[in-house]
Design a protein around this ligand. Structure first.
Ligand code: ATP
Ligand code: MG
Length: 228
């Protein structure tokens, strides 16, 4: 599903690479945590997978498509099959829950009747069945992240990328969101979660990839969050 072969990416010609000679292979249906200290290259890795950034060396293959040399006009369609959520939710604050999810569908020209069927479905999946009409500003942080997850899942992506999805949430709510990510994974979506949450990583017994100074320094099944 995701394959990195000796991938490097430097933001500037002279500076240290943000990702350096990374090799990573993620199978369809896997759940992986990516951990590592601040500045170790985790968000850069996510941006490479989204093709928001281009690698400067190596080869990235996602879902059978090689990202290097992908034509500009193909990128939007490629991204449709990848869901993404962030620490800061990135919702439309002046819209309600339903609209935040429906919007992503309208942008890509889905017919209204499809949207009307799909949006309630995905809101149920994330546990927001009864809150369609609430403004997102009236929701708790955990509920806002659920809206962001619904929006990420509405196109039935093959892969869900999450960059510190619980970074703004209290421990209990963080647990709930991680459980939800696990459920999404159990339904077949490949899930990659960047997190600093040591307790969650150590309790969930998933594959853990550790980055340090742009390199992948550890990759373990049922791994732990090691000090580095
Ligand atoms: N837009 C940018 N321009 C130049 N350098 C950048 C840019 N974004 C990130 N970097 C540098 O790339 C390196 C990796 O940054 P990245 O954001 O990927 O780290 P991270 O692991 O996500 O850190 P954090 O845990 O703090 O989010 C850092 O040295 C950072 O300073
Ligand atoms: Mg980051």
């Amino acid at each position: 599903m995701i394959d990195l072969e000796n991938v490097s990416m430097a933001y500037t010609d002279k500076g240290m690479p943000a990702v350096s000679h990374a090799n990573l292979h993620v199978n369809k249906g896997e759940f992986i945590f990516v951990v590592g200290s601040s500045g170790s290259g985790k968000s850069t890795l996510i941006k490479l997978l989204l093709k928001e950034l281009d690698s400067t060396a190596g080869k990235i293959t996602v879902n059978g498509q090689v990202l290097e040399g992908m034509k500009h006009r193909k990128v939007a369609k490629y991204r449709r099959k990848i869901g993404v959520v962030f620490q800061d939710f990135r919702l439309l604050k002046d819209r309600n829950v339903y609209e935040n999810v429906a919007f992503a569908q309208r942008v890509i020209g889905r017919p209204t009747r499809v949207i009307k069927k799909r949006v309630p479905e995905v809101l149920m999946e994330v546990g927001l069945g009864g809150k369609y009409k609430k403004r997102v500003t009236e929701l708790s942080g955990g509920e806002q992240q659920r809206v962001a997850l619904a929006r990420a899942l509405v196109n039935r992506p093959d892969i869900l990328l999450a960059d510190e999805p619980t970074g703004n949430l209290d421990p209990h709510t963080s647990q709930e969101i991680m459980k939800l990510l696990e459920q999404i994974n159990n339904r077949g979506t490949t899930v990659l979660v960047v997190t600093h949450d040591r307790e969650i990583v150590n309790s969930m017994k998933k594959r853990v990839v550790t980055m340090k100074d742009g390199s992948i320094v550890n990759d373990e099944k049922e791994g732990e969050y090691y000090e580095n």
